[in-house]
Design a protein around this ligand. Sequence first.
Ligand code: FAD
Ligand code: SF4
Ligand code: SF4
Length: 408
Amino acid sequence: MSQADIAITAHDFAAAPHRHFCTDCGISRTDDPKNCGRACQFIKPDYSRLEREVHGRARDPARPDELHFGPFRRMLRARLNPALPGAQWTGITSRIGERLLATGAVDAVLTMAPDPADQWRPVPVLITSPEDMAGVRGMRMGYAPLLALLKPARAQGFKRLAVIGIPCQVYALRALERELGFDRLYVIGTPCSDNTTTENFHKFLSLLTADPSTVTYFEFRADYHVEMRFSDGTKREIPFLQLPISDLPADFFPMTCRTCVDYTNVLADITIGYMGGQGEQWLLIRNDRGEELIALLGNELHTECPTSAGKRHGAVKGFLENTARAAGGLPLRRMPKFMRRIVGWLMPRIGPRGLEFARARVEMKAVETILHLRRTDKSRMKSMIPAHIWHLVEPYGLKPEQDESLDG
Ligand SMILES: Cc1cc2nc3c(=O)[nH]c(=O)nc-3n(C[C@H](O)[C@H](O)[C@H](O)COP(=O)(O)OP(=O)(O)OC[C@H]3O[C@@H](n4cnc5c(N)ncnc54)[C@H](O)[C@@H]3O)c2cc1C
Ligand code: SF4
Ligand code: SF4
């Protein structure tokens, strides 16, 4: 990426004021940090109002997957052919940004580049040339103040903007969208879960390999394996159950990400993930703008109907029991090593797969939100947990206790 295209970086901003529940989306670093009160996913989110504003309708009870994934027009399993080098999956996300710039549909794309000194650290950037989108491909672990560049983007005269963001960033963006003054705004979202600080992520890598500096790629896959790639071209696949999770400190994942209520980026125009893709990417096209974005890819995009197999109930119930037993720590490993191998082999074959895997993960996240907030920040539950989260956990016997829900 040429430095010319990094119009402004977040390094130009003052340090963020400290807040307990905050992923530093950038709003607190603007000239009006009080906007956090209206814009924050962790204060008093209003998903149902924003879903109606953004997508023109609420979740439809006749389409049960909308309870899990938010409003959508259609879901696809998809891949770019050819896949783009350096992309996290096949590069659908960054290619859409590239096409928006190449066709003149936007003046700039706001997204995260790797820090030149640390490939795992995200740094917000405004990209204006299509060829520079190649430099932002791939996933970084951590937080960076993406939205702090919104006002500078307007000040530079950009009127049509695309933003690529994770759910907590997209919530704040949508909450303030109307007053930002853009003529056109495209929102390209990815799902997000289990994020942590870049420093913590480096510690995790050092538990997995003797030379973490050689790791070039890391992903939790939908077949219950983590995939790691190394600078010498080798690859390692580790079953989830073999990961050294019990060696991590209890606060490895910040409370924000353990209680985040939006896994699938329900307010984006299009969500681009992998969870429901069974080895391919997974797209949720949510509205007209999402259709426009996907049309930009033409024949490069290969699509199929998503599939679904297995049953999630037992897996989610087991997760709930483990999380409750861990009492705030990371779920304990009580299984002997040989059993972990067997279960690790069985899970991709008989566990929930495709859309059922995505439903299971969304329910697990809802379970975590409730158990962790109940234990540590009960007073937040009423304002922070939307009604649909309670519906998701109902089949597992979790119900709002007194003062935990706006309805209760
Ligand atoms: C912390 C994190 C957790 C995720 N967890 C899941 C998950 O559980 N399930 C799932 O289906 N998908 C998850 N994703 C999304 C997934 O990893 C891929 O990013 C997505 O599928 C797009 O792949 P791609 O090849 O189209 O992306 P690419 O074309 O490679 O583009 C990736 C885009 O993501 C942006 N990006 C990278 N890191 C960050 C970051 N830290 N914050 C904000 N933006 C970033 C880049 O700037 C780039 O624009 C997660 C992403 C992140 C950042
Ligand atoms: S709106 Fe953003 S910056 Fe403000 S408290 Fe929430 S996450 Fe932090
Ligand atoms: S898990 Fe939720 S709170 Fe944490 S970074 Fe991702 S979207 Fe933000």
